[in-house]
Design a protein around this ligand. Structure first.
Ligand code: COA
Length: 191
């Protein structure tokens, strides 16, 4: 199994492509914001931290060729050329053909459907190109905007894990969503 897309990946309003060291300022612009970091594992990042990450090959990879790798793609708005955020596809297991979706956008770009549009493209890569059987997404119950993205994508809510993590000073309830390859095909059918 392998995922080696041709870039940029084009959707109606967006271009998706690997991040580069040129993106430090644009990535820092959203990864430094408390409202972007509230429900993601990391704390707001300094410019130096973003620079260090984007200097590492695992954060700027173009391909997935082994399980446990993650592909992070920058989300560029076609009309403006601005980097709005990123979408991530984690490949968890080759044996189980499983993966996970993640996304984050600068608040300037919330409320336009970009996360949904980019997430749909990432699911397309996962199911149609990498050949995954099952893609999950795990969100905090206090992040309804993210749940709405997953519902718009057609992912099913599977589980609520009440207070399962001590997260940023409080008990976090996790909601797990999933989609199977046949569900993706059924949704795409006739699209
Ligand atoms: C989670 C996150 C990406 C959701 O952003 P979002 O802007 O609500 O999601 P989308 O980009 O899909 O946009 C959907 C909104 O745009 C609206 N919209 C406008 N034009 C649209 C279009 N053409 N297509 C779809 N939706 C559109 C929708 O109605 C919806 O608005 P609503 O929430 O008021 O109903 C964003 O809040 C974020 O980056 N948060 C910080 C990081 C984070 O928590 N990531 C998830 C971790 S699990």
């Amino acid at each position: 199994m392998r995922l080696a897309p041709t870039y940029p990946i084009e959707t109606e309003r967006l271009l998706l492509r690997p991040l580069t060291s040129e993106d430090v300022d644009s990535v820092h612009a959203y990864q430094s914001l408390p409202e972007v970091c509230a429900y993601v594992p990391y704390e707001p990042r300094t410019r130096e931290q973003v620079e260090e990450r984007l200097a590492k090959p695992e954060f700027t990879r173009h391909e997935l060729d082994a399980e446990k790798q993650a592909l992070t793609l920058g989300i560029v708005v076609k009309d403006t050329g601005r980097l709005a955020g990123d979408v991530m596809l984690f490949w968890h297991s080759e044996e189980h053909r499983s993966g996970e979706l993640g996304y984050q956008l600068h608040p300037d770009h919330w409320g336009r459907g970009y996360a949904t549009e980019a997430g749909r493209a990432a699911l397309g890569l996962a199911f149609e190109e990498l050949g995954l059987h099952r893609v999950i997404a795990r969100i905090d119950a206090e992040n309804p905007g993210s749940a709405a993205v997953l519902r718009r994508l057609g992912m099913r809510q599977e589980a609520v894990l009440h207070e399962n993590e001590w997260f940023k000073g409080r008990w976090s309830t996790e909601i797990d969503f999933a989609m199977l390859d046949r569900e993706w095909r059924a949704l795409s059918h006739g699209a």
